[in-house]
Ligand binder design. Structure first.
Ligand SMILES: Nc1nc2c(c(=O)[nH]1)N[C@H]1C(S)=C(S)[C@@H](COP(=O)(O)OP(=O)(O)OC[C@H]3O[C@@H](n4cnc5c(=O)[nH]c(N)nc54)[C@H](O)[C@@H]3O)O[C@H]1N2
Ligand SMILES: Nc1nc2c(c(=O)[nH]1)N[C@H]1C(S)=C(S)[C@@H](COP(=O)(O)OP(=O)(O)OC[C@H]3O[C@@H](n4cnc5c(=O)[nH]c(N)nc54)[C@H](O)[C@@H]3O)O[C@H]1N2
Ligand code: SF4
Ligand SMILES: [Mo]
Length: 887
């Protein structure tokens, strides 16, 4: 009998941390919706969150432990890992072992990994993908406030009168928060929004002012703002005197940043800059909301501090509707920071000082605690490459895709003797390099806590039984800890046991006021039922603040030794690389609306690929024309580090010397689109965060004489294609391939020899051919059904589109297979804009041409934009473009 129940949990994607209501029936998720009570989202979900149930299922999961490609049982896997680590430590010392963790682990998993590595194995080399993401923001908060602490909360974004979004495409990357901003603007016509981004993004939909600055020029703008505030006496002198240090030096060094100077450096109009400066100066409730356009830079830490300086100078901090808000990317980047998962931290917001090492050693009852900071991500993989690190355990991240200089990382792992990878998915670019594979439970199976961008701790709850033999990360780590001889320290029997220990450590030797801000000691006595029922709560949670703390630094007291916030003085700089005759274009990388990172989850849901199903480089049409490229052509994007091959997508929202490539595609989804391979390993000197947002690049055309789309029930061998990408079809019916082949490609031979990896050849096929334009069409079928369809043409624009291709497998009458061949050249309905209601670009444009004049009206007619709202910026963009065209 089926049992259907609703469980409250938290979305595993972005740092907004939305509460999700999940209906489970018979160990299957049948529906997800936003949790009306959760303070992050009050019932809303974005398109990724609302497609969570479509990404589940056993297919593609890593189901059993493997050693050198052989399936083993858990006792063998645990024993092998423990023995390897012990013998390597014995021979080469603890620092020959590294851990590379992830902001997507639950706090409990993270805590155990950090404790095992730093506390008992004794290695310092424990870093995390948060290095690539938040480390500059962390370093700057620590420099300014003495602690890694986000002062603000989501309500502040609704309460402010000026919201400055810097290097954030929140419309796509933090969509529910962006909808909250949109509603705030509707409710408060005074609210002004400024977007600072070299591209015109979907986020500009809300902007009263868009500063399309020269890439990397942000610190000129904020240093200029400090100069303007000081010069025009807009500073809060009392606040500066009572609560800060270093103001005079910061202002002195900002002296050069006059309006004219900044305008020239950032390539902006003086008038626009003045407008922004004047708005900031005259608005008491001002928020600056910043993300990877700031952090992922060779001077990211200084940029974050340049922003914080302006808030300190005006006292716009620790008050309702005011503050510098670094938005976190991953669902538990915060939790990782709290347990001390970065290489320069020991544990629980404690740096490596002798006092802290003593405190932690005592608390963990260990004599092996590591004594100094370890290697940061880029250096850590370099140490793997040069053999200094002999064993690396990678948990919950895919560095072969996400690191800069990614081919070097790949080679380093391929050449390393002991690569242990814990993942939920069997085939990723990183699992391909592992000797030992450990199957981890994923979202929906595991249980624990995550902390969102506003310091709010929420529960992720277990809803389903584990797939195959997958185990929780904390369990795997604890078992290894026990097998290594640390039974006592790793005798946890549930995530709650770990959480209360973590909470206790946060309060340990932390009694005097303001010693360490991160303190959740009031949660250290939670019983199992209390933990299970834990309601979302913002840290610090202490005896004095048992209900949590919505806003920090309201009393003007900071976590620095003097109790005062620090102004940080720096010299503004542009990106390290410069454009040149060989590499004349500025390559920017970032995210798309419907994909999550390396696609191991979102790449499983067909609906999330309807918007964009292949890797691309966005190029201004004029630049494309210069390189003899048109929309849809195949192009090479080259840098001094490597080359990728992706299709050109026209985008007049970019400036002419700019390119944009999404980060998501990798070896599992495309032949040559792993953008990390072209990124130089240039990092910020303070934080070690890579400069992902700027690479000097070249673009050139790749002549493609034969293009084809294939739909197949099974995965195909792609080695005979010169370029390919793949995406899943609805309901796991099969796969859609977009490929490039030589003009004289022999499809018959391909069908006969290469076609099916998992089943025997199909029985027969229908065929049409027009050799003059390489127009070949095949429907291959078995007794039961269509197995494979191929449509090739010299001109890509003649190929059928995704929506039409999706329905091929529903054609079941054998006599009608021919009609598919005949109908394949019908018009392509364009990409899907609204993923919730499957509304294509073409239908939207038609409705606009027929008179719909607003997003609301389009929603009324077609329903688009009326569910999650993630597509509203694109609806507005289509409205303005189409109306423009009609004018
Ligand atoms: N859909 C989706 N959402 C996500 C994720 C995802 O994979 N997919 N990942 C999550 C994670 S981990 C993160 S870290 C966040 C990232 O969230 P965001 O930082 O919002 O996303 P990005 O697309 O990386 O980059 C943001 C913007 O920085 C701009 N930029 C580039 N160079 C500069 C510059 O020099 N100055 C300024 N001011 N801007 C610049 C880019 O043009 C881009 O629009 O997203 C989170 N949310
Ligand atoms: N060029 C460029 N590169 C970038 C960026 C950029 O903007 N430009 N952004 C950087 C940023 S901000 C980030 S955050 C990184 C993200 O990059 P990654 O962290 O490498 O990307 P993910 O795809 O999120 O990898 C998560 C992996 O963990 C697995 N997994 C999921 N849940 C669990 C679990 O519970 N347990 C275990 N053991 N495994 C699990 C997934 O299957 C997947 O393989 O990329 C960085 N790289
Ligand atoms: S905004 Fe979307 S991806 Fe982010 S937590 Fe909410 S539902 Fe998940
Ligand atoms: Mo991130």
């Amino acid at each position: 009998m089926s049992q259907d129940c609703t469980v409250k949990t938290t979305c595993p994607y972005c740092g907004v941390g939305c509460g999700v209501d999940v209906i489970v029936d018979d160990n299957q998720i049948i529906a997800v919706s936003g949790d009306q009570q959760h303070p992050a989202n009050f019932g809303k979900l974005c398109v990724k969150g609302s497609a969570l149930h479509e990404t589940m299922g056993q297919h593609g999961r890593l189901l059993q432990p493997q050693i050198n490609g052989m399936t083993v049982d858990w006792p063998t896997a645990i024993e092998t890992v423990a023995e390897k680590l012990l013998s390597i430590r014995e021979q080469y010392g603890p620092n020959s072992i590294a851990f590379y963790l992830s902001g997507q682990l639950l706090t409990e998993d993270y805590y155990v990994a950090n404790k095992l590595a730093k506390g008992f194995i004794g290695t310092s080399h424990v870093d995390t993908n948060s290095r690539l993401c938040m480390s500059s923001a962390v370093a700057s908060y620590k420099r300014a406030f003495g602690a890694d602490a986000v002062p603000c909360n989501y309500e502040d974004l609704e309460q402010c009168d000026l919201l400055v979004l810097v290097g954030s495409n929140a419309a796509w990357t933090h969509p529910v928060l962006y909808r909250r901003m949109a509603v705030a603007k509707e409710n408060n016509p005074q609210l002004k929004i400024v977007v600072i981004d070299p591209r015109r993004t979907a986020t500009c939909d809300l902007a009263d002012l868009h500063l399309d600055l020269e890439p990397g020029a942000d610190s000129f703008i904020f240093t200029g703002l400090l100069h303007y505030l000081a010069d025009n006496k807009y500073t809060d002198t009392d606040y500066i005197a009572d609560h800060t240090e270093g103001f005079a030096d910061a202002v002195d060094s900002a002296e050069v940043a006059t309006l004219a100077f900044v305008a020239a450096k950032a390539n902006l109009e003086v008038e626009d800059l003045t407008t922004f400066y004047q708005w900031f100066a005259s608005t008491e409730k001002a928020m600056t909301f910043y993300s990877q356009g700031i952090n992922q830079s060779s001077t990211g830490t200084d940029k974050c501090n340049a922003i914080i300086n302006c808030h300190l100078a005006t006292g716009k901090l620790g008050k309702v509707g005011a503050g510098p808000f670094s938005i976190t990317g991953q669902p538990n980047a915060m939790g990782g920071r709290e347990v001390g998962g970065l290489a320069n931290m020991l544990a629980a917001h404690m740096d490596y000082t002798p006092d802290n090492i003593a405190t932690v050693s005592e608390f963990w009852n260990s004599t092996a605690v590591s004594q100094q900071v370890g290697l940061k991500a880029v250096d850590l993989f370099d140490a793997v490459a040069d053999g200094q690190i002999k064993a690396v355990w990678i948990i919950g991240t895919n560095p072969v895709v996400s690191m800069p200089n990614a081919d070097r990382v790949k080679a380093a792992l391929e050449n390393c003797d002991t690569v242990i990878v814990s993942d939920c998915i069997a085939e990723t670019d990183t699992t391909a390099t592992a000797n030992i594979l450990l199957p981890a439970t994923g979202w929906g199976e595991k249980s624990g806590t995550v902390t969102n961008s506003e310091r709010r701790i929420s529960r992720q709850r277990s809803l389903l039984t584990a797939a195959g033999e997958a185990k929780h990360d904390w369990w795997i780590l604890s078992q290894v800890g026990q097998a290594m001889g640390y039974g006592q320290a790793f005798s946890y029997s549930s995530p709650r046991d770990i959480f209360v220990e973590h909470a206790a450590l946060s309060g340990y030797e932390n009694s005097h006021e303001h010693k360490r801000l991160f303190n959740i000691s009031a949660l250290s006595h939670l019983s199992e039922p209390d933990y299970d029922q834990l309601q979302p709560i913002q840290w610090p949670v202490t005896a004095a603040k048992p209900e949590g703390t919505p806003r920090l630094f309201s009393d003007g007291l900071f976590a620095t030794p003097s109790g005062k916030a620090q102004f940080i003085t720096s010299v503004s700089k542009l990106p390290k690389q410069q454009l040149s005759a060989d590499y004349p274009l500025a390559l920017n990388t970032g995210r798309l609306r419907d994909q999550w990172h390396t696609m191991t989850r979102t790449g499983r849901a067909s609906r999330l690929l309807d918007h964009t199903d292949q890797p691309f480089v966005a190029v201004h049409p004029a630049t494309a024309a210069h390189y003899d490229l048109t929309d849809g052509d195949l192009a090479a994007v080259k840098t001094a580090h490597g080359t990728i091959e992706v299709v050109v997508q026209f985008d007049s929202n970019l400036k002419r010397d700019q390119l944009f490539v999404p980060i998501h595609w990798n070896q599992q989804f495309a032949s040559n689109a792993r953008v990390g391979t072209v990124i130089a390993p240039i990092t910020d000197a303070v934080s070690g965060q890579p400069e992902f947002k700027f690479s000097a690049a070249a673009l050139c055309k790749i002549s493609a004489t034969g293009n084809a789309v294939l739909v197949s029930r099974n995965r195909l061998m792609c080695d005979s294609f010169s370029n390919w990408s793949v995406s899943p079809l609805d309901n796991n019916q099969g796969y859609l391939y977009r490929v490039v082949v030589q003009e004289a490609f022999n499809w018959q031979e391909f069908i006969a020899t290469k076609r099916l990896l998992e089943r025997g050849p199909a029985q027969a096929y229908e065929h049409y051919s027009n050799v003059s334009c390489a127009d070949h069409r095949f429907i291959c079928y078995s007794d039961q059904q269509i197995e494979l369809a191929i449509f090739s043409h010299v001109d890509k624009r003649q190929l059928p589109g995704r929506v039409w291709l999706q329905q091929i497998f529903s054609q079941t009458v054998k006599g009608d297979y021919w009609s598919l061949i005949a109908a394949s050249d019908q018009a392509d309905p364009g990409k899907q804009i609204c993923a919730c209601f499957n509304i294509s670009e073409q239908r939207i444009i038609q409705a606009i041409e027929e008179g719909a004049s607003s997003a609301v009206e389009l929603g009324r007619q077609l329903k688009c934009g009326t569910n999650c709202g993630s597509c509203i910026p694109e609806l507005n963009n289509l409205l303005s473009q189409t109306e423009h065209a009609i004018d």
